[in-house]
Design a protein around this ligand. Structure first.
Ligand code: DGL
Length: 273
């Protein structure tokens, strides 16, 4: 029997930045991409309502696709509900995307680090705990952006964006203290790596824009290998069924279709909504 697929979930197109890296390390695995575009943007949701929505959506996806691994490729969702999802579905395997505060603290030379995320991710206890655990020795500056996730959606789908908005949204990431200045900005929303070039052009000085997607993909690879070692004596055949994308709105514009095609994803006819 072919191995079960890997499901990658986000509120929109952001998780594609994670899917791209998973495909690099696991080129033979079937991938299912789910964009909860009917719920986008998650950054604006009340926590209890979003938690309930995630638990119910993921329940349907687990039943329909029985993924081997479900990657919550959304910081806003994972920092809120990863523990709840694991508790609700103990038989399922989840990998989350959470702000890359630990690697940033290890790599920063100046000790001045900014975390650029949705306002919701900035507010989460989970994010505060990561800082206390891994970066207590650094100056951590949390920057909640109200507009960048929408702007990334527009940018990737070919709509012009306002450069001044980008400049204003990233400006609080840049801090100078005595002779030190910010040297790492953690991209703590999976939409933002689509804007890295735009950020670089508008940054007051060069910094490392830390995209955790390659590290998440390596973690998925490790989890996937561990699963195989436990349950299989021989490698399972490759599942050559097409990789698909599901959008919960049930509607995809021609530009979204084209984008999904660029990622070698066929839009599924059915939706989860
Ligand atoms: N891609 C999501 C994240 O990583 C957030 C975008 C949204 O606000 O829905 O946080």
């Amino acid at each position: 029997m072919a191995r079960r697929p890997i499901l990658v979930f986000d509120s929109g197109i952001g998780g594609l930045t994670v899917l791209r890296e998973i495909r690099r390390v696991l080129p033979d695995r079937r991938l299912i991409y789910v964009a909860d575009d009917a719920g986008f943007p998650y950054g604006d949701w009340d926590e209890d309502r979003l938690r309930a929505r995630l638990i119910s959506l993921i329940s349907g996806l687990l039943a329909d696709y029985t993924p081997e691994i479900t990657v919550i490729a959304c910081n806003t969702a994972a920092t809120l509900a990863l523990a709840d999802l694991r508790a609700a579905y103990p038989g399922a395997c989840f990998v989350g995307t959470v702000p890359a505060i630990k690697p940033a603290a290890e790599q920063s030379r100046s000790g001045l680090i900014s975390v650029l995320a949705t306002p919701a991710t900035v507010r989460r206890d989970y994010t505060r705990r990561l800082i206390a655990t891994f970066a207590a020795h650094c100056d951590l500056n949390l920057v909640g952006s109200r507009h960048l996730a929408r702007l990334a959606e527009a940018h990737v789908q070919g709509t012009p964006y306002d450069s001044n908005t980008v400049r204003t949204e990233i400006a609080p990431c840049f801090i100078e203290k005595a002779s030190r200045r910010t040297d790492i900005v953690v991209l703590a929303c999976t939409h933002y790596p689509f804007l890295t070039k735009v950020f670089e052009q508008r940054a007051p000085w060069p910094v490392t824009w830390l995209d955790p997607a390659p590290a998440i993909a390596r973690h998925v690879l490790t989890v996937s290998k561990a699963g195989r070692d436990l349950s299989e004596t021989e490698p399972a055949p490759v599942d050559d069924t097409a990789d698909i994308a599901i959008v919960t709105s049930g509607r995809a514009t021609p530009t979204l279709h084209a984008l999904l095609r660029q990622f070698d994803l066929a839009l599924a006819a059915s939706t989860t909504n």
